[in-house]
Write a protein that binds this ligand. Structure first.
Ligand code: GLN
Ligand code: ZN
Length: 754
């Protein structure tokens, strides 16, 4: 029995790749220097895997930015305008990743999307009638040779053709037009790898774990039948992850793949599929170590799970690439008692080799030690939240009276103008703001000094909001580092890491906190600043909270209690905060659920039963006890929710704002068609770009919104928080938004007079 992994994090233990790449973007280091850093990181990873005793080591899991973009460059699927740029290959690559503006040339970056059910984001290839698959890149060969020079014959990793075609977007063409070219191009890769001395190639096909239609299966067959028929002596591992392959398992076992990689962690049906039969002529790459979470593997559980595994032709691997976990726990200062429960990427390597030993009868000691780790509860239970959850009744999940009734009460209470204007919460987190927080952290300034600074910021921005005539004001979130961490710091049960970074996209990394134990609110969290802001203005202040589903989805969750249970604990904590805000005179409270969609199951058939059926009630629990006249807002960050509109309405918020500026019409149509009841603020401009929208542009957007949605239900706001924007563009943009809203308001009210 041997061991391998699907892929290793490439960013570096100290985020070396991020820093080098960003320096390169700023022209502070040369391309050679960047290449040197990348080379050292790859070398380090290969040596690390080798030293850990991993038998089969992957290559080409490295990427300067994204593995899907790598595949697009390997196969020359690059827009002509990018090819034409007078730049090095690497700079063209970065141009497509990040956009490029210079000397009148303007190249748009490819759009980014969530990578399946992770918080990683990939670039979405845009294929046109002019796109052609052609093997022109060399990265996969270069990295294979680089490792070979180190004496390691690796298994190169590449996105498979099915997933590549499924993830791409098509303009005046279709996936089927690329089948022949794709087959030829992949075969050319096989040939060159075999000639270079490779034994295996790993083709990643995570798209196979989704619901597959007959057309999908046909596409798969049309790609893989010719590919496998002509593959030559190179062995092909078909690697899947993030779920099970129930729709196509039979076909996968029939086709002449040399290896099948299956996910035993997230794949609920994987065990049953394999139990029903696995062919003798294939190697099973069994993903038994969780590639997504940070907890130690429970060996006994894994062994029980493994009863179905074939004895021969077995490779133990991770459930998915380790890209989604931080690199090592050794860089954290937790006490040993805590640390011993964690396995980040490096520690998971040891788990694989130990499991292999145990499964071949040589690891009794390791097994015993692991059993001990799981013998006693990891963390002492806090009875309070458990008791509270046990005593919840249906009424706790339903706010009274019904939304239509509340709407009347709130309209009378607030007397807001038609098309009320507001923002999503945060104002620019300038260097000054971050610097002040750093000084507080380092005890260079006192808490009092810091608080004075925050007060000053709130005062400044309140005054400005009043001046430009916004209707519902915010305090600006200057006191917050991050919308999840800030809350986590005021809850029991949370742990924070120092270096546990995970790549989110490109050079961006996140450091999710860890839910270690039962969660409870320790004290009021946001009341002080919201109350202060309300005391400084006659206008309405909107309190600003992060919702339970988002807090959960952007943390590493527990495995010893269910996600639902954890989310309900978080919901009760935030409920306490909502009620405290209300008691302190805050009449409008926004509960952000930016990441609601994050854990939506990959199979549509599981959406409600496995997720929305508890996630949506958890949100309702947060606000079910407020007075009818308290207005609850929520905010979501993505435009992709046309398919879960009833679920969003069922959150029973009074108002929702969302990102819509890039695909306005589509969502508006869906909202209309599905009789969406919640009042809505579809973002009227895109805050992800520094561009300032003109008044007439915003007016046009508002008109578009009004053509689909009853004016009495519409709010006017940007499409997300403004913390990443500069002060100048923020102010100019918001002035235009308010002006546009006022002009349209006048037009409408003028019409009413006639
Ligand atoms: N209220 C948060 C902010 O304005 C929302 C952020 C988000 O949606 N990601 O920053
Ligand atoms: Zn947002």
């Amino acid at each position: 029995m041997t061991t391998t992994i699907i892929g290793f994090p490439r960013i570096g233990e100290k985020r070396e790749l991020k820093f080098a790449t960003e320096k390169y973007f700023k022209q502070k280091i040369s391309q050679d220097e960047l290449a040197q850093t990348a080379h050292e990181l790859r070398q380090k990873n290969w040596q690390l895997l080798k030293a850990a005793g991993i038998d089969e080591i992957p290559s080409n899991d490295f990427s300067y930015y994204d593995q899907v973009l790598d595949a697009a460059f390997l196969f020359d699927l690059v827009p002509e305008e990018v090819k034409r740029l007078n730049l090095s290959t690497l700079d063209k690559y970065f141009a497509l990743a990040r956009g490029y503006q210079k000397d009148g040339v303007n190249v748009l970056a490819w759009p980014m999307k969530k990578w399946f059910n992770t918080n990683y984001h990939y670039l979405v290839p845009q294929l046109t009638a002019d796109s052609h698959f052609k093997l022109t890149g060399t990265k996969i060969f270069d990295e294979f040779n680089e490792a070979k020079e180190e004496g390691i014959v690796t298994r190169p990793v590449l996105i498979g053709p099915f997933t590549l075609l499924k993830l791409s977007e098509y303009h005046d063409t279709a996936a089927t037009n690329f089948i022949n070219e794709a087959v030829a191009a992949y075969l050319a890769v096989f040939k060159r790898l075999a000639a270079a001395g490779a034994k295996w190639i790993q083709l990643d096909e995570p798209s196979l774990v989704k619901d597959l239609s007959a057309t999908d299966k046909q596409l798969f067959n049309r790609l893989y039948e010719p590919l496998l028929a002509q593959k030559g002596k190179l062995k092909v591992l078909l690697q899947t992850y993030f779920g099970d392959v129930r729709d196509i398992y039979d076909r996968l076992t029939e086709l002449p793949f040399d290896g099948l990689g299956l996910d035993f962690v997230e794949g609920k049906k994987t065990k049953d599929l394999v139990a029903a039969g696995f062919p003798d002529d294939k190697v099973l790459f069994a993903g038994v170590v969780n590639g997504k979470n940070i907890w130690r593997n429970n060996y006994q559980k894994t062994i029980d799970q493994s009863s179905v595994l074939p004895v021969n032709n077995l490779v133990l691997t991770t459930s998915c690439s380790l890209l989604h976990v931080p690199i090592t726990v050794t860089n954290e200062n937790f006490p040993d008692e805590v640390k011993k429960h964690f396995a980040f990427a490096t520690e998971k390597l040891t788990e694989l080799t130990e499991l292999a030993a145990i499964l071949t009868g040589q690891g009794a000691q390791k097994l015993a030690a692991n059993k001990q780790l799981f013998a006693a509860p990891r963390v002492k239970e806090d009875p309070e939240p458990h008791k509270q959850i046990a005593s919840l009744t249906a009424a706790d999940y339903h706010r009274q009276p019904a939304r239509v009734e509340r709407e009347k009460i709130q309209k009378a209470e607030f007397n807001l103008p038609l098309l009320p204007t507001t923002t999503i919460g945060s104002f620019p987190q300038t260097k000054e703001v971050r610097n002040e927080r750093r000084q507080l952290r380092r005890h260079e300034i006192s808490q009092e000094e810091y608080d004075e600074f925050i007060k000053g910021k709130i005062d400044e921005w309140l005054k400005w909001q009043e001046q430009i005539g916004l209707d519902v004001l915010v305090h600006g979130e200057f006191e917050r580092n991050d919308m999840v961490e800030y809350f986590g710091q005021h809850l029991s049960g949370y742990l924070f890491t120092k270096n546990a970074w995970v790549q989110s996209y490109g050079t961006r990394c996140v450091k999710p906190p860890i839910i270690w134990g039962d969660v409870k609110r320790l004290h009021p969290i946001t009341v002080k600043w919201s109350k202060y802001a309300q005391s400084q203005t006659k206008k309405l202040i909107k309190g600003m909270l992060t919702g339970p589903v988002t807090i959960l989805n952007w943390s590493f969750p527990r495995e010893d209690i269910s996600l639902k249970e954890s989310t309900l604990q978080l919901a009760l904590a935030i409920q306490g905060e909502v009620l405290d805000l209300e008691a302190n005179g805050i009449k409008i409270i926004q509960i952000d659920e930016a990441a609601l969609r994050e854990k939506l199951p990959l199979r549509k058939s599981d959406w409600y039963s496995e997720y929305l059926d508890w996630a949506i009630p958890a949100f309702r629990l947060v606000h079910s006890k407020v007075k009818p006249e308290t207005q609850i807002h929520t905010h979501m960050c993505y435009s992709e929710f046309s398919d879960i509109i009833p679920a969003i309405d069922a959150m029973d918020a009074d108002v929702i704002s969302f990102e819509a500026s890039r695909s306005n019409l589509e969502i508006l149509d869906a909202l209309k068609a599905q009789h969406f009841e919640t009042e809505v603020g579809p973002g009227v401009y895109d805050i992800h770009s520094p561009r300032i929208p003109s008044v007439s542009e915003v007016k046009n957007t508002i008109r578009k919104i009004l053509s689909k949605i009853n004016v009495a239900k519409v709010w006017i706001n940007p499409d997300c928080g403004l913390k990443t924007r500069g002060v100048k563009e923020t102010r100019a943009s918001l002035i235009n938004v308010v002006t546009a809203a006022k002009e349209i308001r006048r037009e409408i009210e003028g019409n009413d007079d006639k």
